[in-house]
Design a protein around this ligand. Sequence first.
Ligand code: NAD
Length: 337
Amino acid sequence: MIEVGVNGYGTIGKRVADAVDSQPDMELVGVAKTKPNFEAHTAVERGYDMYAAIPERAPLFSEDGIEIAGVVDELVAAADVVVDCTPSGIGAENKSLYESHDTPAIFQGGESADIADVSFNARANFDEAVGARYTRVVSCNTTGLSRIVAPLQEEYGVEKVRATLVRRGGDPAQNSRGPINDILPNPIGIPSHHGPDVQTIFPDLSIDTLGLKVPATLMHVHSLNVTLESDVTAAHVRQLLEDENRVYVIPEGLGIDGAGKLKDFALDAGRPRGDLWENCVWGESIAVEGRDMYLFQAIHQESDVIPENVDAIRAMLDVADKRESMRRTDKHVGIGV
Ligand code: NAD
């Protein structure tokens, strides 16, 4: 049984905790939080042991009726691996804590790539994380792009990727983010930083990315053009993507014409928090002109990296190969059903 600690219990951390808890070969030792807010109470109701992320704040938890199991040092000491889900930059500050306990750790995409031995996407480079002490699961957008590039590269070869990322302004709970009523080239400089992030997974890939931010919280939407190395048909590309468990090709006829209906679809299906762990590719958008392939996909920023964190745990501890790990993760999280 792999003992897993989760440090940082916000948007990503609470989902990672649930995903770990669902895996028969993993046990959630507990979660570390800075304050006893509503998420702390929900964690306790789910039966998760609570650790104070900032030891001086431990009394706040008992004052709020939450019995803590200890402080974050104890969580790190007890865990075989820690998944750090703290805000960008805090993971880097936490690294010395993990080093002091000789506990392997997984960081998130908000950290810079040099925090870890390897940047990770299960579909693309699982084997590179085997035995690694520190791994960074790449961002939601990079995960979404990597899941498309990997099969295209294997099947046809990729000459060039051009992607325009229409990015959500913030997550639903992030009421300080924006824009509220604007459309922002973001960053204005071209290309954006996303391409180099994808190159942490595919070092030899030729990729240019452009970003915009819009007043939406639901999902990101990518407009993708990939120049392939061989002639293809749209039908063949579609079949290739339909064979990927972490890509959902939206069938024509369902009436899903945007991110709003996708989220409704997930909620109606009873998915926890309305999560869409898979890339959502509009089937009818898959088009081919010569060697140029085009498509639109929506990426649920809050959840697409969750299965990748679970697979990173197995890769680092070398307890299952890529195929078996992804199969187990998908089965127990409920991906592709
Ligand atoms: P979040 O703000 O929702 O959650 C972070 C949590 O960590 C909060 O509960 C915060 O109180 C807590 N925290 C702050 N300082 C801490 C500390 N010292 N110790 C322990 N906990 C601490 O952030 P998030 O959206 O979950 O992002 C976490 C990481 O995941 C970032 O690197 C981010 O870039 C990355 N990421 C976020 C998204 C997304 O869309 N939300 C997608 C992919 C990757």
